[in-house]
Ligand binder design. Structure first.
Ligand SMILES: NC(=O)c1ccc[n+]([C@@H]2O[C@H](COP(=O)([O-])OP(=O)(O)OC[C@H]3O[C@@H](n4cnc5c(N)ncnc54)[C@H](O)[C@@H]3O)[C@@H](O)[C@H]2O)c1
Length: 362
């Protein structure tokens, strides 16, 4: 069988995970495009990629045989590049967040339907071995309806660079609310993507001018750049089904340490999927938990689910799934319809925080 041919747009930090996943799934990475040619050349040389381009259009003109592209650019370019690639008949694997807002995501969904091509996002946390183990129990009916859940990605000092695109709302769409949507997405996945109803949130802007809160990840500071995004947000969301979800996100907040978790309380079992990060990202002090809390024979029982440690946090596995979804008929880990629900919640998180009023999500 002929190999699936992929082109990558954006030679930033995530490109290597995409590349590794595509190769692992048996695809061919034919080209990399980046307006920063030094970056593109370095990436191509390190990974034996034959062709280098400055942008998506140039790459698609030169290589019409590409089956799919992956988009790894700052958030503002996700919509235009995704729509262009879909209109030119390509499957698209796009980094998170899907877009700057729900209206943009709606355009991307329409473009994928019109083109009849797959559109998948890098919600890599769904592909983690722990998440796949947990969804197995949920789908098997062991958890029952999840009444309530709590989704947190809270950093203590994790601003990803001051004045670069991450902290410029026009380029990123916002701070941790839109940059760290993974646990919100994972909670929705576990809850069965119920229809959201009301949301009430509060956002804070503390420490956005304090270099002591810079994270170990991200991009270099820009001397005269803009910093106009939130540093933390706290919210409660209800669903038309009667379920509810608490959401916490922060880049900078007086927390004990970085915690990435979804906890939930179901009719038959509760659960917790958590990564407590080390002092500096993923180190020997980080702790992974995947547990179910239930009752059997009159006793309270905890089930400790052991899975393989995945340093990539599902990033490689998710890229593998994209190739298998376009080539081998595998079920995609995420769909654009789900991404639209997520982006409506993101919009509501910003609207409620700005107006200080509950928002009805339609
Ligand atoms: N899934 C994850 O865990 C995860 C982690 C980090 C970043 N991300 C996402 O990945 C994306 C990129 O982030 P990053 O940290 O790699 O950023 P980055 O700034 O390091 O890299 C982005 C690259 O895109 C290039 N670029 C920008 N616009 C372009 C265009 N129109 N055409 C071609 N190239 C273009 C830039 O020159 C740059 O090299 C963002 O959407 C971010 O949210 C995801």
């Amino acid at each position: 069988m002929e190999k699936i041919k992929i082109g990558i747009v954006g030679a930033g930090g995530m490109a290597l995970y995409h590349y590794k996943g595509f190769i692992k799934a048996g695809a061919e990475v034919k080209a990399i495009a980046d307006m920063d040619q030094t970056r593109a050349q370095a990436f191509a040389a390190a990974n034996n990629i034959e062709k280098i381009y400055t942008g998506l259009g140039e790459m698609l003109d030169a290589l019409p045989e590409l089956d799919g592209v992956s988009i790894i650019t700052p958030n503002k370019f996700h919509r235009p590049l995704t729509v262009e690639a879909l209109e030119r008949g390509k499957h698209v694997y796009c980094e998170k967040p899907p877009a700057l807002n729900a209206a943009e995501m709606g355009e991307m969904l329409d473009a994928s339907k019109k083109a009849g091509k797959r559109l998948m996002f890098d919600f890599n946390n769904r592909a983690r071995p722990e998440s796949q183990a947990m969804i197995g129990y949920i789908r098997d009916g062991k958890v029952g309806t999840i009444n309530s859940a709590q989704a947190s990605w809270i950093r203590r000092a994790g601003i990803p660079g001051f004045g670069g695109w991450f902290t410029t709302k026009a380029l990123s769409g916002g701070g941790p609310v839109i940059d760290l949507p993974h646990m919100l997405d994972l909670a929705l996945y576990f809850m069965g993507f119920p229809e959201p109803e009301y949301l009430l949130s509060a956002a804070y802007y503390d420490f956005m001018d304090n270099r002591a809160f810079k994270g170990p990840w991200g991009i270099p500071d820009a001397a005269r750049g803009i910093t106009d995004v939130e540093s933390s947000c706290h919210a409660m969301l209800t669903f038309k089904t009667g379920q509810n979800l608490m959401i916490r996100s922060s880049w900078a907040e007086m927390n004990e340490r970085e915690v990435v978790s979804v906890t939930f309380q179901g009719a038959k079992a509760g659960g917790k999927l958590e990564r407590i990060f080390g002092i500096d990202g993923l180190d020997e002090t980080s702790i992974d938990t995947c547990r179910l809390f239930t009752e059997a024979y009159g006793n309270q029982v905890d089930l400790d689910i052991k899975t393989e440690k995945d340093e990539s946090m599902g990033r490689i596995g998710n890229a593998v799934n994209f190739i298998n979804a376009i080539g081998g008929g595998a079920k995609p880990y995420n769909t654009p319809e789900e991404a639209l629900i997520l982006m409506k919640i993101v919009d509501a998180l910003y609207e409620s925080a700005a107006t200080r009023k509950p928002v009805l999500i339609r």
